[in-house]
Design a protein around this ligand. Structure first.
Ligand SMILES: Cc1cc2nc3c(=O)[nH]c(=O)nc-3n(C[C@H](O)[C@H](O)[C@H](O)COP(=O)(O)OP(=O)(O)OC[C@H]3O[C@@H](n4cnc5c(N)ncnc54)[C@H](O)[C@@H]3O)c2cc1C
Length: 495
């Protein structure tokens, strides 16, 4: 028996943000689109549906105005007081800073220079943004997508359904199909009714990275990563990377590092997209104002060597390296009095005690070491004004201890003392495929472009190495998805 066959101009694998952007831009060119999604319709949307914000270039209110609705000028000006601009040069520098100058320059050039154009293009499709809130919000950008990533994705699905895109849910792509010349002409996929063949003139792979695959995590990231908990959906198991590399696609970027951040000790093994307003948040991003200690009662990292949005994706790795992969964020009563806790700490796993001895005992950590660590930390704090502004470092630092704490030092001396146990939560992996950043076309290991094959989102490697700047994954997915969709459609529709 032969597989049932479906035919499209452009076949897109995945329904995350990158895939949806590819679909929008391919539709603009007049292509007939099919989209394959491994998850059910109820669980569609990928990690993109769990997000909040995008990091993009803007030069002032005139750039942000098209993104927000019903916002008076004075409100908009007040919002931009926190962060008046992120110029192309500033954005380039922050990515190069977090990646130690290892970001692929050709990718980054497109990522930086196309970001504003891309968010304004999304706004033209019907998306909008709202203020991200003050420092109590776990965001490092001034705007959130309206309804978060879930809202963005719901709007995307409504728009694409209306435009006639054919969605195939519960359908996992398993292999790419090539013609005799090596041109990619579709994909085979497992559907609820068995295998089916989806032929197309171009294929866009946008089915995420390999963070949900323990075998690949162990293989590429090393010991300890196989058993780590995942912040996102269980569906991103590296299928697209495997399928593409099987036909000779070039791996690119950092395959040994990933995005992993401090999460509540009770982080569940996976998450499924739910409305942003009802989403339980396990992110524990209060650490720049705390000290983090391990079960030996010792600090192990500079908790505030940079702004939170530029350190959090590397903090998970530091926590995973501790005994048992556990750490504790320690704060005293001053933090509560200053009301600087992000709102999502209301549901945090926590311990509280009137003395450090009792707190250490309750946490079952090395109490003498813990007391010594806190005393030495308090004594090392230098004069200066503590300021929890998440867009500016305050320079309130320690001297003479290792590791240092470079900003946001608050002494730990006023009871009650609080501790928040945290673990490493993995978000996504950085390793991907080599694409031509101007077209999204994947490259063969032999150096030539693979005809008919495009990739976007987490599948496109090269931008992130070691670390990452918050809000960049959605931005890169949108930009490179838009580019891949455009060029996949142009190639598909050429006579
Ligand atoms: C909790 C959380 C919060 C985050 N917050 C932010 C944020 O605020 N800002 C930001 O920029 N980034 C954030 N990120 C990172 C962000 O989610 C990713 O950078 C982005 O979603 C990647 O988009 P994508 O389209 O490449 O992948 P995804 O959105 O993950 O989409 C991949 C899709 O492919 C599907 N798929 C997988 N395999 C197959 C297959 N074989 N066949 C068919 N379909 C398949 C999956 O089911 C999924 O729907 C966050 C991530 C998490 C987990």
């Amino acid at each position: 028996m032969t597989d049932p066959t479906y035919h499209y101009d452009v076949l897109i694998v995945g329904t995350g943000n990158a895939a949806c952007c590819a679909a929008h831009s391919a539709i603009e060119k007049g292509a007939k689109i099919g989209m394959l999604e491994k998850a059910s319709k109820a669980n569609r949307g990928g990690n993109s549906a769990l997000t909040g914000h995008m990091r993009f270039v803007f030069n002032g209110t005139e750039d942000v105005r098209p993104l927000v609705r019903n916002m008076a000028d004075d409100e908009l000006h007040a919002l931009l007081e926190h962060m008046p601009h992120r110029t192309e040069a500033e954005h380039w520098d922050e990515v190069m800073q977090v990646t130690n100058n290892q970001s692929d320059q050709d990718m980054l050039q497109v990522h930086v220079t196309e970001s504003l154009k891309t968010v304004q293009w999304l706004a033209s499709k019907g998306h909008d943004w709202v203020p991200a809130g003050g420092f109590k919000m776990p965001s490092d950008n001034i705007l959130l997508m309206n309804g978060g990533g879930y809202g963005l994705q719901q709007r995307n699905f409504a728009l694409l359904e209306r435009a006639g895109v054919a969605f195939h849910y519960d359908t996992a792509a398993t292999e790419l199909i090539q013609d005799q010349k090596g041109c990619v002409t579709g994909a085979r996929a497992l559907t609820p009714n068995g295998f089916a063949t989806f032929t197309a003139k171009s294929v866009v792979l946008a089915c995420g990275s390999f963070e949900s695959n323990p075998e690949m995590r162990a293989r590429y990231l090393g010991a300890g990563w196989d058993t780590v908990r995942i912040r996102g959906v269980p569906f991103n198991t590296g299928d697209g990377l495997r399928m593409a590399m099987h036909i000779g696609a070039m791996p690119h970027g950092s395959w040994t590092t990933c995005h992993a951040s401090p999460q509540d000790i009770d982080l569940p093994p996976f998450k499924i997209p739910v409305a942003y307003s009802t989403k339980a948040s396990y992110a524990r991003y209060m650490y720049p104002y705390s000290i983090m200690v391990n079960t030996n009662g010792e600090r192990f990292v500079d908790e505030a060597y940079d702004l939170r949005g530029r350190t959090y994706a590397a903090m998970g790795r530091a926590i995973l390296a501790q005994p048992g992969g556990i750490a504790y964020q320690i704060l005293d009563a001053k933090a509560r009095k200053m009301d600087i806790y992000p709102t999502n700490y209301d549901g945090a796993t926590r311990a509280q005690a009137d003395t450090l001895e009792k707190l250490g005992a309750e946490l079952e950590i090395n109490v003498p070491n813990f007391i010594k660590t806190v005393r030495e930390f308090n004594a090392a704090i230098q004069p200066g004004q503590f300021n929890p502004d998440r867009h500016k470092l305050d320079g309130k630092r320690t001297a003479g201890i290792y590791p240092p704490k470079s900003n946001y030092c608050l002494s730990i001396e006023e009871p009650p003392f609080e501790a928040f146990p945290v673990r490493c939560g993995m978000t996504f992996t950085y390793g991907g495929l080599k694409i031509d950043p101007t077209t999204g076309q994947t490259q063969h290991v032999a150096g030539w472009p693979i005809p008919g094959l495009y990739a976007a989102g987490e599948m496109a490697g090269g931008l992130w190495v070691d670390n990452y700047a918050s809000g960049s994954g959605m931005m890169a997915g949108a930009t490179f998805g838009r580019i891949a969709g455009t060029h996949a459609a142009i190639a598909a529709l050429q006579p």
